[in-house]
Design a protein around this ligand. Structure first.
Ligand code: HEC
Ligand code: HEC
Ligand code: HEC
Ligand code: HEC
Ligand code: HEC
Length: 353
């Protein structure tokens, strides 16, 4: 995860559109199929070898998971490219893991050798060493033998894979930890707003721009000194962005014309929020931590405050580069003309003269 990324944008976009299609499909399916039915009687224990077995009785959850980045962890084109098709065996650990209850919560997860294409699957989070399922409520009548395991609701379930870049430590420093609002509060909301409906298994993050929008606020004002300033505030549950070092979020500005028919000025880069790769020793981490508000002057590259009407945008990037559309090579920020290239718009504000 720390190596520089050779990322295919087409690949990333295909994944995103795939996710959208699957999400839609899961909605339709879930409307048709209901909740799981109680199996008639206790039967000979089933051997759980694949997530597809769960689909028979947990169709809606299965469809949500199937559309999620977890289900794509092994087939993800960016991961394959950067791991040299998993020739780098270290990458298998979290992208095709053994059940975490088998390796032990809080311990480094271990790789599995079978059905790797299922990625981070149902068995990873639920299968217990005795063959039952880690659950909220024990239910001996159900075929899959759900057994109460409080740890399923704890942050330590996610920590084995998600603290590599300190997401859990960042969370611990927020009031969410104090109020026992774990990762599930935001990443696994209740399906219909109540516990009875169960929790959505999509677990959205950087691949879902709506989720990203909820992580940060952008406001702007021109001070009494005439200087335009923008303020960023982190409203997520950890740093923005978190986890992946390849994520970046950039602020860009341009002047807007006073009269109609005149072109806006060119885009100028103002600020980057990112945790650099380990080899980028000359770059400091500019992650926006929880509760932090950061105010920036809208100024020219030579430090002159910008006058007139100004537009400022915050964009989110799943890889830190802007690529030259012809050569495919990474560009210097000063050469970028279109901030929306390979990026998603998070927020936009306009500052009046
Ligand atoms: C033959 C049907 C059947 C299959 C197959 C099945 N389950 Fe279940 N499962 C049930 C029933 C019935 C319940 C109890 C009702 C409920 O909670 O939905 C249940 C409950 C659960 C619960 C506990 C729900 C809670 O409220 O705490 C979990 C977790 C679970 N199943 C996971 C799985 C997983 C993972 C698989 C696949 C490896 C699986 N199940 C396969 C029928 C099944
Ligand atoms: C300790 C667990 C762990 C190991 C080992 C690991 N990863 Fe990951 N990887 C993750 C997690 C967790 C995420 C999701 C984090 C996020 O989205 O911010 C992730 C996400 C990624 C992504 C981003 C995928 C996307 O679509 O944006 C890439 C690429 C990636 N990993 C490559 C690798 C490579 C290459 C290796 C081996 C050098 C590796 N990973 C080893 C846990 C791991
Ligand atoms: C990344 C971990 C993870 C994966 C992967 C995962 N689950 Fe869950 N699952 C959870 C957590 C956490 C809960 C919530 C437990 C709670 O609220 O007590 C949960 C809850 C459930 C429940 C209880 C009802 C509900 O909707 O909340 C069922 C049933 C279930 N999962 C089945 C599955 C099935 C089937 C799959 C695969 C298609 C799956 N899970 C994949 C972590 C996971
Ligand atoms: C066994 C390892 C493992 C566990 C346990 C795990 N994850 Fe993940 N998670 C991953 C990997 C690997 C990825 C990256 C998948 C990819 O894009 O290739 C990921 C991706 C994610 C993402 C990013 C989604 C996006 O849009 O890119 C979120 C959010 C996430 N996981 C939340 C959770 C939460 C919450 C839990 C605990 C309930 C959890 N995960 C448990 C391995 C794990
Ligand atoms: C208060 C809500 C909230 C809580 C609590 C929370 N998150 Fe997030 N998380 C977000 C938002 C919003 C984003 C999208 C912005 C971003 O990527 O930082 C996100 C993004 C992520 C991502 C995706 C990063 C990527 O590169 O795609 C991962 C992984 C993640 N969170 C893991 C966790 C884990 C693990 C926990 C528990 C320790 C947790 N989150 C707790 C709101 C929350």
């Amino acid at each position: 995860m720390t190596a520089p990324r050779k990322v295919s944008y087409e690949g990333a976009m295909r994944i995103v559109s795939g996710i959208v299609v699957l999400l839609l499909a899961s909605w339709f399916l879930s409307a048709l199929l209901g909740t799981p039915e109680e199996s008639a009687a206790a039967q000979t224990p089933t051997e759980w070898i694949s997530s597809s077995q769960c689909a028979e009785c947990h169709q809606q959850i299965y469809d949500e998971w199937k559309s999620s980045p977890h289900a794509n962890a092994w087939n993800n084109e960016d991961v394959r490219a950067q791991s040299d098709d998993f020739a780098n065996k270290d990458c298998i650990d979290c992208h095709a893991p053994r059940p975490v209850f088998e390796t032990g919560l809080g311990k480094r997860v271990l790789p599995r050798s079978a059905r790797r294409s299922e990625g981070v699957d149902c068995l990873t989070c639920h299968l217990l060493p005795d063959g039952g399922m880690a659950a909220t409520i024990t239910n001996p009548r159900a075929a899959c033998q759900p057994t109460t395991r409080r740890e399923l609701q704890r942050v330590s379930l996610c920590a084995g894979c998600h603290d590599q870049h300190k997401t859990v430590q960042q969370w611990k420093a927020t009031p969410h930890a104090e109020h026992r609002e774990g990762c599930m509060e935001c990443h696994m909301p209740y399906r219909d707003g109540t516990p009875e409906g169960g929790r959505v298994h999509v677990m959205p993050g950087g691949h879902y721009i709506e989720m990203v929008r909820s992580a940060v606020e952008l406001t702007a004002a021109r001070g009494a000194d005439g200087v335009a300033r923008v303020t960023l505030e982190n409203t997520s549950g950890h740093a923005y962005p978190t986890d992946e070092r390849s994520r970046a979020s950039d602020l860009w500005w341009r002047t807007l014309p006073a009269e109609e028919g005149v072109e806006p000025g060119p885009w100028t880069h103002l600020h980057r929020i990112r945790d650099p790769y380990r080899h980028e020793k000359d770059l400091a981490s500019t992650l926006l931590h929880w509760g932090e508000t950061r105010t920036l002057r809208v100024e020219d590259s030579d430090g002159t405050a910008v006058e007139g009407r100004v537009e400022v945008v915050l964009v989110y990037k799943r890889t830190p580069y802007y690529r030259d559309t012809e050569t495919g090579l990474a560009m210097h920020l000063v050469d970028v003309e279109d901030p929306f290239q390979d990026s998603d718009l998070v927020h936009r504000v306009t500052i009046e003269p």
